[in-house]
Design a protein around this ligand. Structure first.
Ligand code: XIL
Length: 315
């Protein structure tokens, strides 16, 4: 059986992958991406981000995002929306704009409600806020926090809820996969938002891991957040290694993938798993982490690696 089929048969909602528009001209790539039994869920890797969707204030651009939404719908794949508010890949009119708190509030509201509203009824879950914390648990000092303090999170979540009441609203973060100050800070934010009746349905665990360093308490962390009454998901899984890859490293990667998948499978509230693209041919890793790569379950020739079998075993 293929990966999404296996996930479904074990009671999960989906096994999915990120993709990106430039890759879609690769017909050999498309043949696997479009297989709804392999991938039951798609995340656009870039084309829903702020710089892509509202490059100028009040001017919205849907070309790239619509292409991926249409593709997923043709394939019978559900979608995760990624993302509404993030410090990165912001157009300069937002990041360098000197806005008052009132102005930035309405900018966030307009962006979130227009973006989420454009796809109303078509998105399973939205990463409404992405990466709000530093690793030490302090708030990331970005234009949103600097102008609005922590209130930007609830402003965004409320706007998203009004725009699509049926979409699951997530905060998505990395380095919360193990116990530490960042996970503690996010857990406490979840509690605060809930005490204020701010809409929040899920926490996304990005899971951009390093070979041999998958946190042993990942399942515990998923359970800890789930115990707050939110769903959880693995949203951006990849496991990178220092190149070149060797058979031994690929075996370790197989074990690592299996362990990550098993952690989600062991937590009822973990609804699904998404890999951050399925082939090394289009992974973001080599261009971001110098000297590292081979992070995906298929190699650059679109051939399955041992990691694929690790996932299948974990499912
Ligand atoms: C990455 C994309 O994959 C790259 O193509 C882009 O150049 C940078 O962003 N965390 C996230 C994702 O939430 O949006 C990032 O995606 C990877 C890290």
């Amino acid at each position: 059986a293929k990966l999404h089929q296996l996930a479904k048969s074990q009671g999960k909602l989906y096994f999915g992958t990120a993709t990106d528009n430039p890759e879609l001209t690769d017909t050999a790539y498309d043949a696997i991406l479009d297989d709804g039994m392999m991938f039951g869920q798609i995340t656009p890797g870039n084309s829903m981000k702020w710089d892509a969707t509202e490059p100028e204030q009040g001017v919205f651009s849907w070309t790239g995002a619509d292409q991926i939404v249409n593709l997923a719908q043709q394939n019978g794949q559900i979608l995760r929306g990624h993302n509404c508010v993030w410090y990165n890949q912001l157009p300069s009119w937002v990041s360098s704009g000197n806005f008052t708190a009132a102005q930035l509030t309405s900018i966030i509201q307009n962006h979130c409600s227009t973006l989420v509203g454009h796809y109303q009824g078509q998105i399973y879950s939205w990463d409404v806020v992405n990466e709000p914390f530093n690793d030490d648990g302090t708030w990331r000092q970005d234009v949103f926090y600097d102008t609005l303090g922590t209130s930007y999170v609830s402003i965004a979540l409320k706007a998203a809820r009004s725009a699509d009441p049926n979409a699951k609203l997530y905060i998505n973060e990395y380095n919360i996969e193990y116990a530490g100050p960042k996970a503690t800070a996010l857990l406490s934010l979840v509690q605060t938002l809930q005490s204020q009746s701010v809409p929040l349905d899920g926490i996304g665990f990005q899971c951009h891991f390093i070979l041999g360093e998958v946190p042993t308490d990942l399942q515990t962390q998923l359970s800890t957040f789930a115990a707050q009454g939110v769903e959880v998901a693995i949203t951006e899984l990849d496991i990178r290694m220092t190149l070149p890859s060797t058979p031994a490293l690929l075996q370790q990667q197989k074990t690592d993938y299996q362990n990550v998948i098993a952690a989600c499978m062991g937590v009822e509230a973990c609804v699904g798993m998404t890999i951050w693209d399925w082939t090394d041919k289009y992974s973001w890793v080599p261009s971001t982490f110098s000297g590292q790569g081979a992070a995906c379950p298929w190699d650059e020739n679109l051939v399955r690696k041992p990691a694929y079998d690790g996932i299948a075993i974990g499912l």
